[in-house]
Design a protein around this ligand. Structure first.
Ligand code: NDP
Length: 317
């Protein structure tokens, strides 16, 4: 049999993935070395592949130290921390776990939307605090209607389309913004992001991250969303200008925000933690038992397929 391929692991991965990976491949972890660059200068020529994650990724600086590198298998779908162009230039195959997480990430966007609109978190605190019995319900503010409302989606990719599909059960009017209109979908394309925000009760952000979308949701877009509009971000923290968002929340210039991702995660500013009308999650949109298992399986399937056939199951084209 051919020799067992040698993989460089560039960050901590879920145990679910580390164990089967080590059973099938010869794996070494970058984080086990105090001076990873010096270690790779000596040992880098052994590695056939990298196993990485969307959250941690790795830098293009590693690539010259890995002359045998042929494949990268990443856990997650975000490419903002993966040196995609440099890999392409070298002809290194790149795989993610796209598609297996679409449903759960879309569900998480809906969980944020519904928790925000119907004040689920505040209601929970109200019951637990005993205020219901003391004050009755006159002091508990009303929520907002979801059914029949207008949903705007920023980014109608694999996940955005699932978010849109779910809206039909709520009889919502759906429109979306992306640079190109998507063919064969029933939802209205809005080339002007501010116009989309102006005409949305709920604006769900699910674009790619990285330089191309940095601060796409800026003060002007938030102004257009207005005091009756809610923002939901499950894409990347970088897509939203967080300082502008905080100002808008504090001044009541938007109705509220549901966030799974943040500019400086996991270090969330005091101001954000104290912000009114927000529901905050710790970047867990794909974090269900079922989907995390499917993602781990996909990372392995991509590697197995590559080393057996030269093809990937879910390549980044
Ligand atoms: P896709 O590549 O399928 O879709 C990306 C969408 O973003 C496309 O519709 C694209 O349309 C749009 N887009 C890209 N750049 C811009 C731009 N400058 N302006 C407007 N729209 C833009 O990705 P997925 O749906 O699979 O995933 C989307 C993102 O979700 C991932 O990149 C990842 O960062 C994030 N994510 C977050 C998770 C979490 O845990 N919170 C989990 C999984 C993913 P067009 O090119 O036409 O503009």
């Amino acid at each position: 049999p051919p020799p067992t391929p040698c993989l460089l692991q560039t960050g901590a991965l879920v145990p679910l993935l580390e164990q089967p990976l080590q059973a099938r491949y010869h794996v070494e972890r970058l984080l086990d070395h105090d001076d990873p660059i010096a270690w790779l200068q000596a040992e880098g020529a052994r590695f056939d592949g990298i196993v990485s994650s969307a959250g941690l990724g790795f830098s293009a600086d590693l690539l010259p130290l890995l002359p045998r590198l042929r494949v990268v298998s990443s856990y997650g779908v975000g490419l903002d921390r993966i040196p995609v162009a440099a890999l392409k230039a070298r002809g290194v195959a790149l795989a993610t776990t796209s598609d297996v997480l679409n449903d759960c990430v879309a569900d998480a966007a809906w969980a944020l939307l519904m928790a925000l609109a119907r004040r689920v978190v505040e209601g929970d605190a109200y019951v637990r605090s005993g205020r219901w019995a003391e004050d009755g319900l006159n002091r508990f503010p009303l929520g907002r209607r979801i059914s029949g409302a207008r949903l705007g989606i920023v980014g109608l990719g694999r996940i955005g389309q699932v978010v849109a599909r779910r809206a039909s059960g709520f009889d919502m009017a759906v429109a979306y913004h992306s640079r190109r209109a998507v063919a064969d979908v029933p939802w209205r394309h809005e080339p002007d992001l501010r116009a989309l925000a102006r005409n949305s009760d709920y604006l769900v952000v699910i674009t790619a991250g990285g330089d191309g979308t940095r601060h796409l949701i800026n003060a002007e877009v938030l102004e257009a969303l207005g005091p009756r509009g809610f923002l939901i971000n499950v894409a990347r923290g970088s897509v939203v200008d967080e300082a502008a968002l905080l100002e808008a929340l504090q001044a009541g210039r938007i109705a509220g925000a549901g966030l799974d991702v943040f500019e400086n995660e996991p270090r969330i500013s005091e101001a954000m933690r104290a912000a009114p009308r927000t529901v905050l999650l710790p970047h867990v949109a794909s974090a269900t038992e079922e989907t995390r298992l499917a993602m781990a399986v996909r990372v392995l399937d991509n590697l197995d397929a590559f080393f057996q056939t030269g093809r990937l199951v879910s390549p980044v084209e």
